[in-house]
Design a protein around this ligand. Structure first.
Ligand SMILES: [Mg+2]
Length: 220
């Protein structure tokens, strides 16, 4: 069993992720109000809203062009550091997709999705000067990547995707025991200890939706 994810699939996945994030919008805002300034969901939803408004056009682009455009929308529409970080992540994804396209493929499979996620994590870490354990979105993304990378050597794409989802969720949960090193939460007396990082939570929601979307629609 393998999967193939096109630009149109990616837009359909983002639509599903937007619905899931919106369903959790009040929860995310309440989380962010405890450690940040409470605008994380409001910011993210501006970007997703703009992407959804352009999704039919984006779905018709090549994978690298779609990632580039998605990145530039995120960078311009999402306020705060999230916009820059998500924008950088999608620009990094576009570079990976360009290499894949140069080899004649305009879709992602189990291996190239890993390369894409790894490039996104590197871009976020570099741009945000964040490391694992800093209580950021990187903590759920990297935990998802590690679980996915370990599982995919078994050759079962469905199991690898389920590992991505579960790894990201446990990575988000692990931020509860971390002290923030960067951002607003680091100025709080307890550095957010005992609270989940909202950026890690929204990242885990997206990766969970990505896994679900691929399992339900793209596995053959
Ligand atoms: Mg904020």
């Amino acid at each position: 069993m393998g999967f193939s994810m096109t630009a149109r699939d990616f837009m359909d996945y983002l639509a599903a992720a937007y619905r899931e994030l919106a369903a959790n919008g009040d929860y995310i805002t309440a989380l962010d109000a405890k450690t940040g300034d409470g605008d994380h969901w409001a910011n993210l939803s501006l970007g997703f809203g703009k992407i959804m408004a352009a999704s039919e056009e984006l779905a018709k682009l090549s994978l690298p062009a779609m990632f580039r455009k998605t990145g530039s929308i995120m960078m311009s529409a999402v306020g705060g550091s999230s916009g820059i970080l998500y924008g950088s992540a999608y620009l990094a994804a576009a570079k990976v997709a360009e290499e894949i396209l140069a080899q004649g493929k305009d879709s992602l499979d189990v291996e190239t999705l890993l390369a894409t996620l790894e490039a996104q994590a590197k871009a976020i870490g570099d741009r945000g000067q964040a490391k694992p354990g800093f209580k950021t979105m990187l903590d759920s993304l990297l935990a998802g990547i590690v679980a996915y990378r370990e599982a995919l050597v078994e050759g079962d794409d469905r199991a690898a995707l389920l590992a991505l989802k579960a790894g990201a969720a446990s990575g988000a949960e692990a931020t509860r025991g971390m002290e923030a090193v960067k951002g607003r939460a680091s100025y709080r007396p307890n550095k957010g200890l005992g609270e989940l990082d909202p950026g890690a939570v929204t990242m885990a929601i997206q990766l969970g939706c990505l896994a679900d979307y691929l399992i339900d629609n793209c596995l053959k």
